[in-house]
Design a protein around this ligand. Structure first.
Ligand code: FES
Length: 569
């Protein structure tokens, strides 16, 4: 591996800085690299880049320095030179207006730094919500051999006999507080116990769903998606990921060889079987489109009808990610799903999925957490796409985390024109609303000022919450946290801000939801809608500079992955 006479661009000889003299460029690069104290042997080795997304603004990544050191150990042991490099980091609760707006920026940062710097393979290290899709998107576009080391989930905490884990319990307890069933002292005590270790949210939220999807796509080492962040096995996975990066470089295991139409379909099956996050539909669509693969919502519906929920995790079920790990993790799930999966695709070990699963026979599985295919937790998949006059381009409902009693409904709309309008009026005692109404939020999609935040989980109006109401139908062009529960229709496409039908709903209109028929319809005649269209200005923002302008000029709708229109393949 230390051969300096290889004509192939490799290691520090890759992608030379252009000074008009290649030999000078290499000489200069090596002399500068020597200033970091590397020996000739080290400088002649293949290079593995390691993305470091540690940040003081990202609690989920607070253990990444230790993980990166373990990755380096693996690279060195395999004969490579590990070079870590920073990219931006997206700490979910710290970004305004919302982390999704910056996912594409992070993907561009990741792609360009992988491409511009001399490396033969890369280990992507991350985990918090938008980080995984951003890094997958960037790596898919750069198309250099890439191993994904996930940050891993937090452990849960126990407080007064209650098990607490971010962030389904965050929302459940906040609902109790809003309903007046617990006091301020209790909610402050709970605040201190929801997120107590490094790692990503402890339930099957977006981060965990994307972790499972990453392993299903074959980009993470087998069995690594669910290992808790602070478990020694995660450090061993880090070391193994570093070693595997060298092997992936030798075997040219580029993301475009792993992310195929068939592995994307496997990933969709896994998303459905884990009762995963609605956000993952957007993210997987964006990742797939980076290698020229379309994800159709019609196909999602077909797969959802064929793929039962097998994993009993919050928010759809009752367990946490550490239980999923102990129960057998993604491997156990994939073995159950085997009859439904395409098994011929490559994984990052160079094995096919079939070879991987064949090597995992005889492993114990906790059947309370991961159910067999013939005795599922839910008979059909967790997500369903809806279409109709209110959502011509589709909308998403997480039926596994919703009240089935609300699935067939023809009811009066109560409309909020924006997040500000919602905040101003939702708790007004005089708000004209009943438990039987449908709440509608407008102007919270990708092109709105809010930039598609996780605001689709509209709060139940206080007077209804205090009367004991736990759920009602809520419709918006926003997203929802993967950790949330409720009968919540999201990602309505096209969004209100660019003139989608959602913009022209008014309080008092009738809306018909039929999950059985996959329909979402606004029962208003075309002449009335035409009058409203003529009288309603578009709410899309038009920033004049910087990233906000790039975003507004190029962001696509939810059915296209909310990626930039110039980044697809
Ligand atoms: Fe980072 Fe939930 S806040 S994964």
């Amino acid at each position: 591996m230390a051969d300096d006479n290889n004509d192939e661009p490799r290691g520090l000889r890759r992608g030379l800085t252009n000074y008009g003299d290649r030999d000078f460029s290499l000489y200069l690069r090596r002399s500068f690299a020597r200033s970091m104290g590397y020996s000739t042997d080290m400088l002649n080795r293949p290079v593995v880049g390691i993305t470091n997304t540690h940040s003081g603004f990202n609690n989920c990544h607070r253990h990444l320095p230790e993980l990166v050191e373990a990755v380096k150990r693996g690279v060195l042991a395999a004969g490579g030179l590990p070079l870590e490099f920073p990219t931006i980091s997206l700490g979910e609760p710290y970004l305004s207006p919302t982390s999704l707006m910056f996912r594409n920026l992070m993907s561009m940062d990741t792609e360009e730094m992988i491409r511009a710097q001399p490396m033969d393979a890369v280990v992507l290290v991350g985990g918090c919500d938008k980080t995984v899709p951003a890094q997958l998107m960037g790596a898919a576009s750069a198309d250099l051999p890439a191993v994904y080391l996930l940050a891993g989930p937090m452990l849960t905490h126990r407080q007064d006999g209650e098990r607490l884990g971010a962030c389904t319990d965050c929302r459940r307890w906040w609902g109790e507080y809003r309903g007046g069933r617990i006091d301020k002292a209790r909610i402050e005590q709970i605040e201190g116990g929801l997120a107590t270790t490094a790692g990503t949210c402890a339930v099957m939220g977006t981060a965990s769903t994307m972790a499972c999807i990453t392993e299903a796509l074959g980009l993470a080492l087998p069995g690594t998606a669910a290992i808790p962040a602070v478990h020694a096995a995660r450090l061993r996975a880090a070391e193994a990921s570093g070693m595997q990066a060298l092997a992936a470089a030798r075997q040219d295991l580029r993301p475009s060889r792993l992310i195929t139409a068939r592995s994307v379909e496997n990933a969709l099956r896994v998303l459905l079987a884990v009762g995963g996050s609605t956000n993952a539909v957007i993210h997987l669509t964006a990742v797939a489109r980076r290698v020229g693969i379309d994800v159709s919502l019609d196909r999602l519906n077909t797969l959802s009808d064929e793929t039962p929920v097998l994993v009993n995790l919050k928010p759809s079920g009752s367990h946490y990610m550490e239980d999923f790990f102990a129960a057998g993790g993604v491997g156990a799930l994939l073995r159950e799903l085997k009859p439904l999966l395409h098994l011929d695709g490559l994984t990052i070990t160079g094995e096919t999925l079939e070879q991987r699963l064949a090597a995992e026979t005889g492993t114990w599985v906790d059947r309370d957490v991961i159910r067999p295919l013939d005795d599922p937790y839910e008979p059909v998949g967790g997500l369903v796409a809806l279409f109709g006059s209110l959502a011509p381009g589709g909308a998403i409902l997480k039926r596994s985390a919703a009240d089935a009693g609300l699935f067939e409904k023809d009811a009066r709309a109560v409309v909020f024109a924006s997040l500000e309008d919602l905040a101003a009026r939702v708790d007004d005692p005089d708000l004209d609303i009943s438990a039987d109404d449908i709440m509608v939020l407008q102007n919270a999609g990708p092109r709105s000022a809010a930039a598609m935040p996780e605001a689709g989980y509209l709060p139940i109006p206080k007077k209804l919450a205090q009367a004991g109401l736990k759920d009602m139908v809520r419709i918006s062009d926003a997203r929802m946290s993967g950790t949330a529960f409720g009968t919540i229709v999201l990602h309505v496409t096209p969004e209100a801000a660019i003139g989608g039908p959602l913009a022209y709903v008014r309080t008092g209109d009738r809306i018909r939801l039929s999950v059985k028929n996959r329909r979402l319809d606004l029962l208003v005649d075309e002449a009335t809608l035409a009058q409203r269209r003529a009288a309603t200005p578009l709410a899309a923002t038009a920033p004049t500079r910087g990233y906000a302008k790039l975003y507004a000029d190029h962001v696509t709708q939810a059915d296209q992955g909310v990626d930039f229109d110039f980044l697809g393949s």
